[in-house]
Write a new protein. Structure first.
Length: 291
């Protein structure tokens, strides 16, 4: 039950929209009676595992960035000229071995840097383990999303984890709206215009942005589409957004085709595509770097 629908039902009832257990139950019941198309609650499946692992990877990535920033700040005060911006655990270890602080303050900074280096190595190990878990969980779904150029294991796991049941989207346009890749109409009178959609699922939007950046950078159908939009007078940002909208259609059709190939009904999880709904003209390319 979407929370917005229940909230609107409360506002249309007496009581000024105040929330109580009884009012919440009554509003949910009214919405259920008038909206028979609401999705039936289903048991958790492999997509839930993918989402949990993808969220864990995001947490680990954020933690790694914070550790690196603190470590870089300490090394900046310890090493003449500072530390390189592309700092890694191996590079930090080499720099720390060369340090011979002359003051107690310098010795304290070096000890703190060593502690942070240990934290960084532990996070790197967890990230490596997490990627193995993502690969195994993605393989269990039989998904072929990684055959799309610019779409690797991590991004595919995030997509499937947040999409869940592809059957809950009646069409690719509904899916594009959910991923915030479909612009919102803001026309008035004779002026026809659209504005950027800042709603939707931001995790899916970020994943599609990653794929669009890869396809716009590397040779292939995606880059040709991107360059065509630039030749039409669009800015680079507008051309990338147009590519993201096209990619949303490709991914929707690929997940749906995977589901049909496995012969499962609504709510199933997909494998490989056999009806060629997503071909080279749909911005796919089996080879090339992935993320």
């Amino acid at each position: 039950m979407p929370a917005t629908l229940a909230a609107r039902a409360r506002l249309l009832n007496t009581g000024g929209g105040h929330r109580t257990d009884a009012a919440d139950a009554a509003s949910v019941a009214r919405v259920a009676l008038h909206c028979p198309a609401l999705r039936v609650v289903a048991a958790e499946d492999q997509t839930t595992i993918l989402r949990l692992l993808a969220e864990r990877r995001g947490d680990l990535g954020g933690e790694r960035t914070r550790i690196l920033n603190r470590l870089h700040g300490l090394l900046r005060d310890l090493v003449p000229g500072g530390a390189p911006t592309d700092l890694t655990a191996a590079m930090a270890a080499v720099l720390l071995r060369r340090l011979r602080p002359a003051t107690a303050t310098g010795a304290c900074r070096r000890q703190l840097a060593r502690d942070l280096l240990g934290d960084l190595r532990r996070v790197d190990t967890r990230l490596a383990d997490n990627k193995v878990q993502l690969q195994d969980a993605l393989a269990a779904t039989g998904s072929t999303l990684t055959q799309i150029h610019g779409l690797g294991v991590v991004v595919a796991a995030k997509l499937l984890g947040h999409v869940g049941d592809i059957g809950r989207f009646p069409s690719q346009d509904h899916f594009a709206s959910y991923t915030a890749t479909a612009p919102l109409e803001a026309s008035s009178g004779q002026v026809v215009r659209h504005r950027l959609n800042t709603g939707g699922n931001r995790q899916l939007n970020a994943a599609l942005h990653t794929i669009a950046v890869c396809q716009a950078r590397d040779s292939g159908p995606g880059r040709r589409y991107y360059l065509r939009k630039l030749s039409e007078g669009k800015t680079p940002a507008e051309a990338r957004r147009a590519l993201k909208r096209r990619l949303a259609n490709v991914i929707y059709r690929r997940i749906l085709a995977d589901q049909r190939r496995r012969g499962v009904g609504q709510g199933g999880l997909g494998g490989s595509s056999s009806d060629q709904l997503c071909n080279a003209n749909s911005l796919e390319r089996p080879q090339g770097p992935r993320r």
